[in-house]
Design a protein around this ligand. Structure first.
Ligand code: FAD
Ligand code: DHB
Length: 394
């Protein structure tokens, strides 16, 4: 068995783990990153596409925004489709901010390249990661890599290993409160190389269920349709997907859609989930390891970024000033922002999907959307949340 030491052991090489590694590196803090999968596998996962302005600012400060600045698509508005019409929420003119369309895959690649260039250590395909003594002051992480056993001594462990990771379950269950809502449907997503015939994202509520028209670049579309939890990707041919998408997205776009072959198709279930607190002893949870939002508000990746931004500040202050206070405040500081994003994602999910509810629920949904389309105040509220609530200054 080999044994080594680092200041912070980062578990998980998704956006949260990679960005934390980059921010710590710039603060002169040593971190070793362990990822269960290969780098190619991580890059092949197609997920988020919308960055808040605050996220772009953090990526700028981390020195990883060169390509994002070149290739990111700034969107000043977003549209809601309902009953055959599209209603624009004018983000920029309502609240003075925009969002940037830039794939999570691209952001991950930028972070991986920056990490490789900095010489910081990452171990991919790390198996059987286990945390030890997280309640004490000298935690350890054990794992296997290429057939050999390893152990790391560290000051802190950052649990950035997503919803299905090992960190959250390492905390004694009686130390965590869990808040959860599982929705009775999922999203089926399709990626295709074809120019989008829409200029801004369209979130559509239709009688057949929700659909979303998004994009990754001027030549690549990303589209979603609400589907049943028991559905399988294999049962959705490209023809079936496009047919369903066109029936839901509204006539104008339906007429312009090219039935391009998919380069990726996948189904994601929808869930709201939060654990409190985000800390046990020397283990700190960040990103999807601590909370999940349904994708409707485009908040998951952005929350991972704000958690990690707060965590790096707390660790930086600890090493600079030996001050524990920012570490003690980490969980509450994150949760204030997390719950507001949970509320917004839950609200958008409720307004836009087809639920098994009764006629009263359906009328409430209709009324909520009509109010949104008529009221500048309601639009400003939606815009303020969609572009992202501000990160707390320290
Ligand atoms: P992950 O990206 O899940 O990374 C965790 C990493 O830890 C993974 O690489 C995993 O392999 C690794 N890991 C797990 N277990 C272990 C272990 N035992 N040991 C070592 N490593 C481990 N968010 C938005 O903000 N905007 C959007 O538009 C948006 N759209 C989405 C659309 C879809 C279809 C989906 C599924 C999600 C979407 N999200 C969106 C959410 C966003 O993708 C996630 O919130 C984001 O990936 C969270 O990053 P993370 O680093 O916390 O977790
Ligand atoms: C995308 C995903 C989302 O969840 C969302 O709200 C908007 C866009 C996307 O993958 O492009």
């Amino acid at each position: 068995m080999t044994r080594r030491r680092t200041q912070v052991a980062i578990i998980g090489g998704g956006p949260a783990g990679l960005l934390l590694g980059q921010l710590l590196h710039r603060a002169g803090i040593d971190a070793l990153l362990l990822e269960r999968r290969s780098a190619e596998y991580v890059l092949g996962r197609i997920r988020a596409g919308v960055l808040e302005q605050g996220t772009v600012d953090v990526l700028e400060r981390a020195g990883v925004a060169a390509r994002l600045r070149e290739e990111g698509l700034v969107h000043d508005g977003v549209e809601i489709g309902f009953q055959g019409r599209r209603h624009r929420i004018a983000l920029k003119s309502l609240v003075g901010k925009s969002v940037t369309v830039y794939g999570q895959t691209d952001m991950t690649r930028d972070l991986m390249e920056a990490r490789a260039a900095s010489g910081a250590d990452s171990l991919y395909e790390a198996e059987d990661v286990q945390l030890h003594d997280i309640g004490g002051t000298q935690p350890r992480v054990s794992f296997r890599h290429r057939g050999a056993s390893h152990e790391i001594d560290c000051d802190f462990i950052a649990g950035c290993d997503g919803f299905h990771g090992v960190c959250r379950p390492s905390i004694p269950a009686n130390q965590l409160s869990v808040f959860e809502r599982v929705y009775p449907f999922g999203w089926l997503g399709l990626l295709a190389d074809v120019p989008p015939p829409w200029s801004e994202l369209v979130y559509a509520n239709s009688e057949r269920g929700f659909a979303l028209a998004s994009m990754r670049s001027p030549t690549r579309v990303r589209c979603y349709v609400q589907c049943g939890l028991d559905e399988r990707v294999e049962d959705w041919s490209d023809v079936r997907f496009w047919d369903e998408f066109r029936r839901r997205i509204g006539e104008e776009i339906a007429d312009q859609v090219t039935l391009a072959p998919s380069i990726e198709k996948s189904i994601a279930p929808l869930r709201s989930f939060v654990v409190e607190p985000l800390r046990f002893g020397r283990l700190f949870l960040a990103g999807d390891a601590a909370h999940i939002v349904p994708p409707t508000g485009a908040k998951g990746l952005n929350l991972a970024v704000s958690d990690v931004c707060y965590l790096h500040e707390a660790l930086r202050d600890y090493y600079r000033e030996r001050s524990e206070r920012p570490l003690d405040e980490y969980s509450a500081r994150c949760l204030r922002r997390v719950w507001k994003a949970e509320r917004f994602s839950w609200w958008m999910t409720r307004q836009l999907h087809l639920f098994p509810g009764d006629a009263f629920d359906r009328r409430m949904q209709q009324t909520e959307l009509e109010y949104l389309f008529e009221s500048k105040a309601a639009q400003a509220s939606m815009a303020e949340n969609y572009v992202g609530l501000p990160l707390e200054a320290r």
